[in-house]
Design a protein. Structure first.
Length: 310
């Protein structure tokens, strides 16, 4: 357990945020990364016991005791100062438990339900860190976090498959005529590009809906992606469907918009998602040859566009 607790592969929080917010965000990131590393990298036979150990330490923290694991000890002040409830932290553990037994998802709805464990809790914790929790903001945050998780699944198709997991809906794979060995190819087959294009369309819609958190407009329409004709047709076919059920209307869009530093932070997450989508599109939805990652310049452009809107 100590080996995983010492891992510090975390991103640097934006320098635009006050130190107190950076400290809390990094504490949450270390916890989430720690739990994910157990679920992904610990010896398979030990994962369940290790996750149980984390959950016991989390209960110890909320019962008023001193956590024994370093990532949870580092989280204690954040839980106290930001009044973070236990549920989202437990959900992250449950997501990794599910990863040990569920390796395929039949429908997009099934995948969204998984994201409610693996991704949405992080956004809810972020809202607590900025003392910005309202029902409307939670609903919009869930859209953003689900979108970011879908994007990550698209980027990591090959890596996930090598771990024995597929986070692309099985019914979408069948619709486009894919077989599982397509995910092991050196280059993304045309039919699999169509599946990726559909996930990209879904993620973009979710991000656009969640962008109300920062008062941002939907991403501007982009010119056709330069790709071979058959993948391009597959992408158009994917986009012709209604990919995501409409979100429940926000009761008061003005009050849902985040203030101050919370807006800066969440705009950064949305900008990262949009930049990642652009990277996937630039590759013609080829996610296997060289997993697409967002360019820093594109991320900063997207971020500045959102922060420039008033």
């Amino acid at each position: 357990m100590d080996e995983f607790a010492r891992r510090e592969n975390f991103p640097v929080a934006t320098r635009l945020l006050p130190a107190r917010h950076r400290t809390h965000l990094l504490a949450v990131y270390r916890y989430a990364r720690f739990v994910d590393d157990i679920g992904d990298r610990a010896p398979a036979r030990e994962r369940k016991a290790l996750l149980d150990e984390v959950e016991a330490d989390l209960r110890r923290l909320y019962d008023g005791g001193a956590p024994e694991l370093p990532p949870l000890a580092g989280l204690a002040a954040t839980v106290r100062d930001c009044r973070i409830p236990a549920e989202p932290l437990h959900r992250l553990i449950e997501a990794n438990r599910q990863d040990q037994t569920v390796t395929r998802y039949g429908t997009f709805d099934d995948l969204v339900a998984y994201c409610a464990l693996s991704a949405d809790p992080v956004g809810r914790i972020v809202l607590h860190i900025f003392d910005a929790v309202t029902p409307d903001r939670v609903a919009l945050s869930d859209r953003v976090c689900t979108a970011l998780q879908i994007i990550e699944h698209c980027q990591d198709v090959g890596e996930d498959y090598r771990r024995g997991r597929i986070y692309l809906p099985q019914d979408d794979l069948r619709r486009f005529g894919c077989v599982e060995r397509d995910l092991a190819a050196a280059d993304t087959p045309t039919r699999l590009r169509g599946v990726i294009a559909l996930q990209v369309a879904r993620a973009r819609r979710l991000l656009d809906e969640g962008a109300a958190l920062v008062g941002a407009a939907p991403a501007a329409a982009r010119p056709p992606v330069p790709a071979p004709p058959r993948p391009a047709r597959a992408a158009r076919r994917a986009r012709s469907a209604d990919p995501v059920p409409p979100a429940a209307p926000v009761r008061d869009p003005g009050s849902a918009r985040l203030p101050g530093f919370a807006r800066i932070a969440v705009a950064g997450y949305i900008a990262g998602g949009r930049a990642a989508l652009a990277a996937i599109e630039r590759r013609g939805y080829d996610v296997l040859a060289d997993p697409p990652r967002p360019a820093r310049t594109r991320l900063l452009i997207e971020w500045s566009r959102m922060l420039g809107r008033r």
